[in-house]
Design a binder for this molecule. Structure first.
Ligand code: GN1
Ligand code: MG
Length: 369
């Protein structure tokens, strides 16, 4: 693998010679590597990825989006006079031929980014201050993209956050039962169905379809943000592959799902999957502060349901993938996607129980803007 990565890396306009290649990060979709280059005794680090083109089928459109986003963020950073603008946005490194990505002899699609030094992503939230800062950074990301010049970004994955179609896919998997796992997953299937009904009822007064469509991140889990190692500042939003039209509920919901519970996404001791109210309050305050005047009354009214919505959606997706034989999310042990589904279903339940508390936090945060 390393040799393949090295060869692909050399097609990019990286400075000097590739001297080190190592696996990197905890994403479930692409293959990600840390690549170091050396030139004249000076070492620089990059992130090189082989894209999952079974999931992202149109790399040209995807990379076109990333270039437009980078250009827009760079202009906004220049206007604001923020220090170190290159550490505050993710811009792809072009290939030596000036392309956004490289296609190898086997059809593998590669891209490269500079590594943001002195910053890292965190899989687990370490406290309210960090939760607040992460939410502020993601809120500000949506606010900055509000004036992205038209046309809208390409839709990289159709119906990405369409719960009804995710549930339909789960039902299809459960009918087909291609790997014989349905019987053992009966409790999780029942819980997913019950939660979907509860959420549908809860969302009826503020239907998603009536909320503004905006350019949002769509996958803003806590670990898709780089925080400064020294100051803890939320510096650079990463993993921009699903940035496209959507609702702010998707972003706030992903944040709540990953930033309000101290347990990992694949925790097997389910009693540890608890929601921390202080973290919820910090996420609400941070997101409202970052998004500033962007959020309208309808969005504020619906936001308390965003967390359970995204937890359930992820639960449904993990469960469907488990029933289909783990074809979408990379797994590291058998039953991994079932474990992940259990955590998300439990989280959805816990987050539904926090709806009123979160509503109060959001109202307070909106008044404080
Ligand atoms: C995937 O690649 P990663 O780990 O950032 C997935 C998200 C899920 C997430 C669950 C394109 O994100 O939608 O919420 O796993 N990304 C895609 O951890 O499907
Ligand atoms: Mg990611």
């Amino acid at each position: 693998v390393r040799e393949v990565v090295r060869r692909a890396s050399e097609r990019f306009a990286l400075p000097g010679k590739v001297v080190e290649v190592a696996p990197h990060g905890s994403g479930h979709i692409h293959e990600t590597f840390a690549v170091s280059c050396e030139q004249g005794g000076c070492r620089r680090r990059f992130v090189v990825q082989r894209l999952n083109t079974a999931i992202f089928r149109d790399p040209d459109a995807l990379m076109g989006n990333l270039v437009r986003i980078a250009r827009h963020l760079r202009a906004a950073l220049a206007r604001s006079g923020a220090p170190d603008p290159e550490r505050r946005h993710l811009a792809p490194v072009p290939t030596r031929d000036g392309a956004t990505h490289h296609v190898d002899e086997e059809g593998g699609v590669w891209r490269a980014f500079p590594r943001v030094e002195g910053a890292r992503s965190h899989d687990l939230v370490d406290g309210p201050a960090q939760a607040r800062e992460a939410a502020r950074a993601f809120g500000a990301f949506v606010a900055v993209l509000a004036d992205l010049p038209p046309p809208p970004l390409a839709e990289t994955i159709p119906r990405f956050h369409d719960l009804a179609s995710r549930c339909a896919a789960l039902e299809a998997a459960s009918r087909a039962d291609p790997v014989g796992r349905v019987r053992a997953a009966a409790p999780e299937l029942a819980s997913a169905r019950a939660l979907a009904e509860r959420l549908e009822r809860a969302l009826a007064p503020t239907p998603l379809a009536a909320l503004p469509r905006r350019t949002v991140h769509n996958d803003c889990k806590l670990n898709n943000l780089l925080l400064d190692d020294v100051t803890g500042e939320g510096l650079c939003v990463i993993d921009l592959d699903t940035v496209m039209e959507g609702s702010v509920l998707f972003d706030f919901g992903e944040l709540v799902r990953t930033g309000s519970c101290a347990a990992p996404e694949d925790e097997v001791r389910l009693e540890r999957v608890r929601v921390d109210r202080e973290l919820l309050d910090a996420l609400a305050a941070g997101f409202a502060a970052g998004a500033d005047s962007l959020l309208d009354a309808g969005e504020l009214a619906a936001l308390p349901l965003a967390g359970p919505l995204m937890a359930l959606e992820n639960g449904v997706r993990f469960l469907a993938d488990h029933l289909e034989g783990d074809r979408y999310f990379r797994i590291h042990r058998s039953g991994h996607n079932l474990d992940r589904a259990r955590v998300q279903l439990r989280l959805a339940e816990r987050l539904l129980a926090e709806e009123a508390a979160l509503r109060r936090s959001l109202e307070r945060a909106a008044r404080a803007r």
